[in-house]
Structures are given as structure tokens and as C-alpha cells.
Design a protein around this ligand. Structure first.
Ligand SMILES: *Cc1c(COP(=O)(O)O)cnc(C)c1O
Length: 613
């Protein structure tokens, strides 16, 4: 698995004169966006989790880019004016810790090129294209085995031309080390060495063969001068856009309360070479996922994620049945379907428990709850953070901190709030927290996980095993020892989860919550303007899901509204609460405010058609 990319962006771009006097070349715009930003987005979509940009000229531009994309970091080549691209690569080299991609910053390219390199059996691979007739070609010569022998701008210098150098290469760390060693020997005589020169040397020398992979009709352009910029804008960029659009998946916007809509890159991340999940490589991937899932809400030293192949209810069950000892007593807060589900799980496992029942649409009476805590009857508390049934958000910090003051262990179903609302488990007083891969983390359905305070998890060692598969302690201790799950994990879903985590890190949970809130505001404003009522008062809502009371109108039926929305690629979901009928609109997943705006237009059209507004 390739995790890192280095973008070489130290250069002055002097052939573009005025345009790049006070701006690096990477910030030339095509299609309304800086070319380096296109590149960063394509790298993230291809599963690169750590993008290192080697900067120099006007480095602050890249520092600002790193603030926007949290998976980007910059390192400055202080001597950029006196070195070539190899000097910048040498500055980046200490941050590289495995196979990686190296790219030039002044490129536009079809993302398929990244896929080709990442999918190669060879570990050192240089991407080449057929003839571009750009007038600035770097010809690549390869031997019969396809190994890089020579590179030159002069056609006569190379023998058989395997293709033209694109400027995107996959390398092993030790190849990079050999290139750096070569460069260090030549600092005096070749101070402005380009990185291609070092690649040619280590490959042609035979110690680090670099395979040349030619894609004949590859769409790309390096931008070194005005003619290149015009060529990129007029010919190459439209081809890239068309090629990439051919691979985009039909858009369906899920406004149901999970599974949530996902990006195409998450969908495509599932397409991987077959792998046995007991291989170390897959173990490392799962370990990385566990650590990163935890890091969104707690320090991984204090909390650990325990993962299962199951739905959200599976991990709710794992939590409830693994944590409460026979000698303990559990209090379950029930103010919606998911709270009552926790109570049903406790009943199935014959745990000693009581239910604290509260309104499904009004805030919990904390004083009453405090009385229950103070009764000294309870060792454990189970509750739901966000009641997905209604969109009611429970004050989880208020509840759990109070419970902790009474020495009560806290178990929280945060399935539909995790990564949609910023959380710090330790500050909130949460010991065990469950969620899944298919809600706000924006991955595929199939993985449930419980993020557990390590000290509390350790204490569950002696709790009787009540469920063979869904046992937190067994799953955790086996994973810590072996980097494997006890039983077959959903392999492809893990690849999608990895991609979803990278995209969450790039967006950040804070900005994701803001995007969700923006969508929610659009919805609420529209709903109110149509004279519809919401079940829960705005101040008690989560901003993630909204339960809307069905209009008292003969012509209305949920089915007809559902079918109308579905025609426009929006999926909605009913919600029944006793005798109150609602329909629910979730705004979780990778949805954009403009999509929510389009949905509200369709909702208005429907309501208008039945004479509601
Ligand atoms: C979605 C959800 C679950 C889990 O549902 P599954 O269908 O089992 O994945 C549990 N709790 C809450 C609050 C949820 O929103």
C-alpha cells in the first residue's frame, strides 16, 4: 500500500516570467483551480494519506494549501535558488518512510495515471506517455526488459524511445536513498541536479532498476511556458475532464439516516488486488484504521478501537454484553428507538438492568437522571448520543460526566454522531463508544467499532463471555497480539474505510460538522417556508437528521413523496413514533449544500402539487 507522495515545488518557474514572479508555478489556474490543488485532490482520491510538498520560491502559498488540506505538509528547500529539483527531493527524503510517489508541481494529468502506478507489480515505476508534440519532450529510453536506461531532451541522445517522461514516478525508499547518496557526491560539480538525472543514474547502474510504464494516449501536460499553458487549457484539460467523467458513478443522494452517500473514491477504493486478511500487510491496514478511528475522538494511547464485521446494532450488542458484570446493574436511557434497542439487548442477555424512560422529542430531565445515579443502584449506564429516530441530540457530556462522578461506567451509542459532531471522549466522560463505517465517516456498510477506554476495557477481562463472536475483550486481545481479527473481516470494506478516513482527515471533523449544519439550515428554512412542522425544537436538534411531521393533507402519502424524490435521485425515509407520523431527512454523508438546495426545490414542487404550499 502506497501511503505517501512528494510534490517537487521548489522551482522558480522563470520561463513563465510575470505570472510566476510572485507565485509558484503550481498555483497557475486551470478550470478555476490551482493545478497543484487538482493534484492534491487526485492524490487524496487515490488513497495517499501523507502529501509532502517540497517548497522554495514563494513557499507561503503552499503553506496555505497545507492549512486547507490536513493531509498536506510542507518542507522548505532554503537553497532552492541554487539547487535543482533533486535538492528539493533531498530535503523531503527524511520524511519518506516507504514506497512513495514523486510528482512535479507544474503538471495537469489524468488521475488514471496514479492508478496505473499504484497497481503495478514493480515497485520502481516511471510513467511515460506516447508522443505529445509539445516541443519540450523528455525522451525516455528503456532496455528490452522495460528498464529505464536514459533520459534526454535531445532525441539523438537516446536509442529506442519507450515514451516521454510525464513527471509522475513510484519509487522505493531505498531507491530514493541511493539517489540522495548519488546527489550528495555531486553537490559540488552538479549543484543544480534534476531528480530525473539521479533516477537515470541509479536505474541504469543496475542497482535500482526503474521500470518504464508507457500509457500511449495518456492525457497530461507539464506547464513550463505560455504555449504550454495555452495547450493545457485548450486541449489537455478538456480531455482529462472527459476521461475522468467516464469513470464517475451515477449520483444517488441518500437522505435516509444511513448508510450515507459516499464519494466515488471511497467506492473505487474497494477495487483492490485479492489479499488474504491474515497477511501482515492487511493487518497493518486494520491497525492503521483502528488508530485513526480512535484519533478522531481520543488519544490512541488511552483509548482503543475494537472492530468487528457487523452493523451498528452488532457493536451496540458487543458493548452492552461485554462490559457489565453479573454483579453490576445497568441503567439504560430510552428516549427513542435506539435507546429501546439497547434495553432489548440487555434483556436478551439477561443482564440486571433498569430503563430510564424519557420523551422522544423533548430534552431529558437531568435532575431526575441525577436522582437515579445517586440511588447507588447502578454500576453502568447505556445511552444514545444522537437519537436517529427523531434527530434529538442528547447532552452526552452532561449525562456522562455526572455518571462518572458517581463512579458509573458509561456506554454510548454514538453511531450516528461520531465524526458528524466533534467529540472528545475523555472530556465527555465516555468509556465505551460505538459507531460504524457507513454513517458520518462516509465509508461502506459492514464494519462496526467500539472505541474503549483502555483501563475500562482491561477491567472487562473477567466479565462472563455472553456472546462468542461479539466480545470486546476477546476481539481486542487477539488483535493486539496478532494484528488480525479473530474471524474473517470484510476485506474490501476495510479498503473503503481507509479511504473514508483519509477523506475525513483531509476535510476535518470540524469542517464536516459545518458542512452538515449548512445543509441542515437550508432544509430547515425551506421546511418552515412550506408551513411544515418539525418534531423536535430546533435548539434540541442534532443538525444531522430532521424529523418532519407529515402534512395533514388528503393528497399526501409518504410513498408518493418518496417516489417523486427518488425520480430525482434523492432517497428519503419514513419515521413512525407511536402515533406520530413523520418523514425524516438526514443530511449526513458526502452531500453538498447545493444538493440539499436541489432537494428542497423538489420537496417544494411535491408539496405544491398536493396544494400544501
Ligand atoms: C444507524 C444506527 C444504529 C445501527 O443501525 P444498524 O442498522 O444496525 O447499522 C445504531 N444506533 C443508532 C443511533 C443509529 O443511528
Amino acid at each position: 500500500m502506497i501511503r505517501q507522495a512528494v510534490i517537487l515545488a521548489g522551482g522558480l518557474g522563470s520561463r513563465l516570467k510575470g505570472r510566476t514572479a510572485a507565485m509558484p508555478k503550481g498555483f497557475l489556474e486551470i478550470g478555476g483551480r490551482a493545478i497543484v490543488e487538482w493534484s492534491v485532490q487526485k492524490l487524496i482520491a487515490a488513497g495517499i494519506e501523507d502529501i509532502i510538498i517540497g517548497t522554495g520560491h514563494c513557499s507561503e502559498w503552499y503553506d496555505r494549501l497545507a492549512e486547507k488540506y490536513h493531509v498536506v505538509r510542507t518542507v522548505r528547500n532554503g537553497r532552492y535558488a541554487d539547487t535543482g529539483s533533486m535538492g528539493t527531493l533531498e530535503v523531503c527524503a527524511p520524511l519518506v518512510d516507504g514506497d512513495f510517489l514523486v510528482l512535479e508541481s507544474d503538471l495537469i494529468y489524468d488521475a488514471v495515471g496514479l492508478g496505473v502506478l499504484l497497481n503495478e507489480q514493480h515497485r520502481n515505476v516511471l510513467l511515460a506517455s506516447g508522443a505529445t508534440d509539445s516541443g519540450d519532450e523528455v525522451y525516455v529510453e528503456a532496455d528490452e526488459g522495460g528498464i529505464l536506461r536514459n533520459l534526454s531532451k535531445v532525441r539523438g541522445d537516446v536509442g529506442t524511445v519507450a515514451g516521454e517522461l510525464v513527471g509522475i514516478t513510484r519509487l522505493e525508499k531505498r531507491t530514493l536513498d541511493a539517489m540522495c547518496a548519488y546527489a550528495a557526491e555531486h553537490h559540488a560539480d552538479l549543484p543544480k541536479m534534476e531528480y530525473e538525472h539521479a533516477m537515470r543514474f541509479v536505474s541504469a547502474g543496475g542497482a535500482h532498476p526503474i521500470y518504464v510504464r508507457t500509457v500511449e494516449y495518456y492525457a497530461w501536460r507539464e506547464i513550463d511556458c505560455e504555449e504550454h499553458l495555452a495547450m493545457a487549457q485548450e486541449r489537455v484539460y478538456p480531455r482529462i475532464v472527459e476521461n475522468e467523467s467516464l469513470l464517475s458513478v451515477r449520483r444517488e443522494v441518500l437522505l435516509n439516516p444511513g448508510p450515507a452517500s459516499t464519494s466515488d473514491s471511497v467506492k473505487y477504493a474497494q477495487v483492490q488486488a485479492d489479499i488474504c486478511p491474515r497477511e501482515l500487510e492487511f493487518g497493518s491496514l486494520m491497525e492503521w484504521c483502528a488508530r485513526e478511528l480512535t484519533a478522531f475522538v481520543a488519544p490512541p494511547e488511552e483509548y482503543a478501537a475494537v472492530m468487528f464485521g457487523c452493523s451498528g446494532t452488532g457493536v451496540d450488542e458487543a458493548m452492552v454484553c461485554s462490559v457489565v458484570p453479573d454483579s453490576g446493574r445497568l441503567l439504560v436511557i430510552d428516549n427513542g428507538s435506539y435507546g429501546s434497542r439497547l434495553a432489548k439487548i440487555a434483556a436478551v442477555h439477561r443482564l440486571p438492568f433498569d430503563v430510564f424512560t424519557s420523551s422522544t422529542y423533548e430534552p431529558i430531565d437531568l435532575a431526575e437522571l441525577e436522582k437515579a445515579f445517586a440511588s447507588k443502584k447502578y454500576t453502568h449506564l447505556a445511552c444514545v448520543h444522537h437519537e436517529t429516530t427523531t434527530g434529538l441530540l442528547n447532552p452526552i457530556g452532561e449525562i456522562c460526566r455526572r455518571a462518572k462522578e458517581h463512579g458509573i461506567v458509561t456506554i454510548v451509542d454514538a453511531v450516528s454522531s461520531y465524526c458528524g459532531i466533534p467529540m472528545n471522549l475523555a472530556e465527555l466522560g465516555i468509556d465505551f463508544m460505538a459507531s460504524t463505517s457507513n454513517k458520518n465517516i462516509q465509508g461502506m456498510a459492514g464494519i462496526g467499532f467500539v472505541i474503549c477506554r483502555r483501563t475500562e476495557l482491561e477491567k472487562t477481562k473477567d466479565v462472563p463471555v455472553r456472546n462468542f463472536y461479539l466480545n470486546l475483550y476477546e476481539q481486542h486481545s487477539y488483535f493486539e497480539k496478532t494484528k488480525q481479527t479473530r474471524f474473517t473481516p470484510p476485506v474490501q470494506t476495510f479498503y473503503a474505510l481507509r479511504q473514508a478516513i483519509i477523506e475525513t482527515k483531509a476535510e476535518t471533523v470540524e469542517r464536516r460538522a459545518e458542512r452538515y449544519t449548512e445543509c441542515w439550515k437550508i432544509l430547515v428554512e425551506a421546511v418552515k417556508s412550506m408551513g411544515l412542522k418539525m418534531l423536535v425544537k430546533e435548539e434540541n436538534q442534532s443538525h444531522l437528521i430532521t424529523a418532519i411531521l407529515e402534512p395533514e393533507n388528503e393528497a399526501y402519502s409518504f410513498e408518493s413523496l418518496h417516489d417523486y424524490a427518488k425520480e430525482w435521485a434523492f432517497t428519503i425515509y419514513p419515521g413512525k413514533l407511536g402515533n406520530i407520523n413523520t418523514f425524516r431527512i438526514a443530511n449526513i454523508g458526502n452531500i453538498l449544500p447545493e444538493e440539499m438546495r436541489r432537494f428542497t426545490e423538489k420537496l417544494r414542487e411535491y408539496m405544491h402539487s398536493i396544494g400544501q404550499c
